[in-house]
Design a protein around this ligand. Structure first.
Ligand code: AMP
Length: 308
């Protein structure tokens, strides 16, 4: 099975209550493709970077068999830059600055062999670009997409338009409320399903994730971590692990999507333990499987009926 990932590649400035880092590697497509590469190879990556994006990081992506043939390198331009600030409640963050730079006039040209990819993960970018990508694909089996408040507020109509083509929308709780205009998450998910996606995954940070699959609902806890260092990329790592597992297994049943949610949550839990992409840079299959199994243990219990 083949997986195409399109989204941002970034140099981020991140502030948390514990640390601050300038020009760290980030971006939706970066996290998604690394996360997915633990399940399926090669991952086909399409995006754009400026001349300031470290060559060593491109080499690293290639070392994980991420195919960067579709990555445009604008050597005289600057890479997309996002400055985010987290407070003590690491579930909420402020976007201090978003500089599109080379993304401002990015024209996503999907290499011809990539257009046959059966699985597509459209990372968080301008929804108009997400649609342009979709229209170049030949017959994708599953299209997963992510978005964020920046686009809900700035490109609402384009986002509603592209949702018609999306099968799975992965979105966090505050964004689901903003997109749907509904405070209650169940109502929000139902409304978003009405826009197009038959599956909606609502991420609730350290409180887990909700999977709405047609009329079914599955709740997955988050892995209880003692140290959360930098939440940046958790949502994208989730999307990458989720889509990568589905592409590997090529099974879109409800039962398999539940497992995909847990694999996504597993990779996201590694991501937040370190800054930037460091938490997911070099995981082993054993570490991933072990944590996946622990997820089951944490929410497994024996039901005993009350005596009358
Ligand atoms: P996440 O924490 O998974 O929601 O995603 C974090 C990543 O999203 C960061 O590394 C940013 O570079 C990237 N990002 C932030 N804002 C935007 C935006 N408006 N468009 C595309 N990517 C963005």
């Amino acid at each position: 099975m083949s997986l195409l990932v399109v989204g941002s590649l970034a140099l981020d400035t991140i502030e948390t209550p514990f640390d601050r880092a300038e020009k760290t590697v980030g971006g939706s497509a970066t996290f998604i493709s690394i996360a997915a590469s633990y399940f399926i190879r090669p991952v086909r990556l399409v995006g754009v970077v400026g001349g300031d994006f470290p060559k060593s990081e491109l080499d690293y992506l290639q070392s994980r068999e991420i195919d960067i043939e579709g990555l445009q390198i604008k050597s005289d331009g600057k890479t997309f830059h996002w400055h985010g600030r987290y407070h003590y409640d690491l579930n909420t963050r402020e976007s201090i600055r978003t500089e599109l730079n080379v993304f401002a006039d990015f024209d996503p040209e999907i290499p011809v062999p990539f257009r046959k990819s059966k699985y597509v993960c459209l990372g968080n970018i301008n929804p108009e670009l997400q649609k342009e990508v979709y229209l170049q694909m030949e017959a994708p089996k599953l299209v997963v997409a992510d978005t964020m408040n920046f686009w809900i507020e700035g490109k609402y109509d384009a986002l509603i338009d592209v949702l018609k083509y999306i099968n799975v929308l992965v979105i966090n709780d505050s964004e689901a409320r903003e997109l749907s205009g509904e405070f209650n998450l169940f109502r929000a998910a139902r409304k978003i399903q009405g826009f197009g996606p038959y599956v909606v995954v609502i991420k609730k940070g350290e409180h887990g994730a909700l999977l709405f699959y047609e009329s079914d609902i599955f709740f997955a806890p988050a892995y209880p971590l003692e140290t959360i260092y930098d939440p940046t990329g958790a949502g994208d790592s989730f999307a990458g692990g989720f889509t990568g597992y589905l592409a590997k297994t090529d099974d879109l049943s409800y039962e398999n999507m539940k497992r995909a949610v847990i694999y996504g949550s597993t990779i996201a839990s590694f991501c937040v333990e370190k800054f930037s992409i460091d938490g997911i840079r070099s995981l082993t299959q054993f570490e991933i499987q072990d944590r996946f199994n622990e997820f089951k243990k944490f929410s497994d219990f024996q039901a005993i009926e009350l005596e009358a």
